[in-house]
Ligand binder design. Sequence first.
Ligand SMILES: Cc1cc2nc3c(=O)[nH]c(=O)nc-3n(C[C@H](O)[C@H](O)[C@H](O)COP(=O)(O)OP(=O)(O)OC[C@H]3O[C@@H](n4cnc5c(N)ncnc54)[C@H](O)[C@@H]3O)c2cc1C
Ligand SMILES: *[C@@H]1O[C@H](CO)[C@@H](O)[C@H](O)[C@H]1NC(C)=O
Length: 482
Amino acid sequence: MTSVVSNGHATPSKPTISHAEQRRVIHHDADVLIVGGGILGCALAVALGRQGRSVLLLEASLKEPDRIVGELLQPGGVNALEQLGLRDCLDDIDAIRVEGYYVTYFGKPVTIPYPRQSPTDPLPEGRSFHHGRFVMKLREAARTCPNVTIVETKVTELITCSHTKQVLGVECVNRDQRQDCYFAHLTVVADGYASKFRKQYHAHTPRVKSRFWGLELIDAKLPMPHFGHVLLSDKPPILVYQIGSRETRILIDVPENLPSASVKNGGVKSHMRNVVLPSLPEGIRPSFLAALEQGTLRSMPNSFLPASTNKTHGLMILGDALNMRHPLTGGGMTVAFNDVLFIRDLLSPEKVPSLSDTKKVLKQLSTFHWQRKQASSVINILAQALYSLFAANDENLRALQRGCFSYFQLGRVQGPVGLLGGLIQRPLVLFWHFFSVAFLSLWIIIRDAPLWKLPLALIQCVLVFWTACVVIFPYMLIEAFY
Ligand SMILES: Cc1cc2nc3c(=O)[nH]c(=O)nc-3n(C[C@H](O)[C@H](O)[C@H](O)COP(=O)(O)OP(=O)(O)OC[C@H]3O[C@@H](n4cnc5c(N)ncnc54)[C@H](O)[C@@H]3O)c2cc1C
Ligand SMILES: *[C@@H]1O[C@H](CO)[C@@H](O)[C@H](O)[C@H]1NC(C)=O
């Protein structure tokens, strides 16, 4: 078996092979080398390849991924994909149209459609699908790009210049266990959430407070088809969305040390059976029970990782390796595609004629660090803040959760879901809605308190307001200053 996958456009034996391709295939040398052919790696390979850069894309396994991540692309992400000229990757994968969210609070529902951004715009749409099918489409797009060569190989090490510390390329092992090396002016680390190569070059480490446990349901009857379902109660949040004509994903958040999922109480499986099952809408229960009995439970850590500026010559870290937020709001792929858009512009051949000018590249990457916040800050802050509210584990957070749902019930939904969908990119709008929710929560506390309890209610108001500040300000500060 050969590990070098020809790109279908020209094979090494044909005379039509370009000089650049010859360099990639024979000398393992390119302008850009991307570690990881996932969501970000593939999109970036296509974007830079189409600009005429010579790109090597190294991926550990070219088999269709089978994962419980990256299954709902927000409308903001669909827009970014469109701008990248990759919109057709959503075709022919049995993707499901997503029109908004359907949120229930102890069974009471609110429907929250994505809002038009202007009266003449069409209604925004997201898409949900099998992650693996979408990745295969992105890889296909990279494969058919003549300036991109995909290689199935596992990267083991970055090669650096012992003198200048510049990253020169990577070492890897092929499927036949043979060692190999690849070189480029710019090495992009896009190896995902458990990045092996970020450690030394990233200022932060991921923080994990909960995991999502996933099941695939067959023929579940959702209360509101074409809407992402968020089920809230005094238990951690549950997400449900269709990912194919017959398949539905359910993701169940299980925080660390959740009593009902402790080993003593029978573990996650008994949490599912005793706590989750009775709380589900009726149309979902039979398929949930069937999936549970089949026993293919899988989980993923829900990480938080602020981005950091890259300062190493010859290196760029992107995707989940760079920046993560709680997947509750399904924002990861939207951030990734927006980042590719920023990079495509900042590293364009017009602005950076040669990527061997690593000083210029670093300058552009510093600009990138601040520019990308336009699109990612709102998504990052919202994911973390909303998770705190939706997984409320104390009295004050529960008051905010109640306030948040009442806010939705009052019809104040366009702003929040516009932010969540990646359609509104202004942090001030997020700030405004968050504190509107906080004040509504305070009002509800006062309204519901009997007169003799009013002093107590006022004290709780102070605590709830303080809690709201503690929930949002740390994330706002990280986005504003780091
Ligand atoms: C539970 C969960 C649910 C999520 N749901 C959503 C959602 O609904 N919507 C959304 O937008 N986002 C979601 N996300 C986030 C989303 O999955 C990520 O943001 C996105 O996949 C990041 O893309 P990436 O390319 O950086 O990493 P990945 O897509 O993980 O790609 C990394 C690639 O690198 C390869 N690789 C790793 N190591 C090596 C190596 N040493 N050598 C070669 N190749 C290597 C891997 O095989 C993989 O193909 C979710 C995340 C979690 C945890
Ligand atoms: C490939 O790169 C060349 C320059 O090396 C460029 O002219 C061409 O447009 C690129 N091809 C595609 C399909 O992007």
